[in-house]
Design a protein around this ligand. Structure first.
Ligand SMILES: Nc1ncnc2c1ncn2[C@@H]1O[C@H](COP(=O)(O)OP(=O)(O)O)[C@@H](O)[C@H]1O
Ligand SMILES: [Mg+2]
Length: 141
């Protein structure tokens, strides 16, 4: 599996990395954004969503409380945050299964909590905190 690594030194550089990833994503695609709180998952999602032309950066907000946000069309982008979910039955009520056949790009924060319940065909992005301003972003395509 090819691996791609970005070292970013600002929020803007992480957004730029997201835009670069967007240019390589072909829907339908599932992208797991994996990393601690504050590692930059939502920031990277802003770059991906804006890079896909689905919404401007300022319209992208964290779905921590709403769980799923939907943007754009052709491709549609769903941005999901599973941080607040703990149990598989809660996940099932979200209806993620309806997303896989929509030819969409699905971005999921904290998806690793439910790895067995999610499709195996996925791009995994790991975000690591290196310092206040630096992140390492490893993409496994
Ligand atoms: N290189 C960087 N990449 C991404 N975010 C950064 C970077 N440096 C500092 N930050 C800050 O880290 C925070 C990342 O927050 P966020 O993207 O919401 O993380 P998460 O969704 O993983 O909890 C933001 O406050 C952002 O300004
Ligand atoms: Mg987040």
């Amino acid at each position: 599996m090819p691996e791609q690594i970005f070292l970013t030194r600002s929020e803007d550089e992480t957004i730029a990395a997201g835009r670069e990833l967007a240019s390589k994503l072909r829907p339908p695609a599932l992208v797991l954004l994996i990393g601690d709180l504050g590692s930059g998952k939502t920031t990277l999602a802003k770059g991906i969503i804006s890079g896909l032309g689905a919404a401007p950066i300022e319209d992208v907000a964290s779905p921590t409380f709403t769980l799923i946000h939907e943007y754009g069309r052709q491709p549609k982008v769903f941005h999901v945050d599973l941080y607040r979910l703990d149990r598989v039955p809660e996940l099932e009520t979200l209806g993620l299964d309806d997303l896989w056949d929509q030819n969409a790009v699905v971005l999921i924060e904290w998806g690793e909590k439910f790895a067995p319940q999610l499709p195996e065909e996925r791009v995994e992005v790991r975000l690591e905190y290196l310092s206040d301003q630096e992140r390492r972003i490893t993409v496994v395509w």
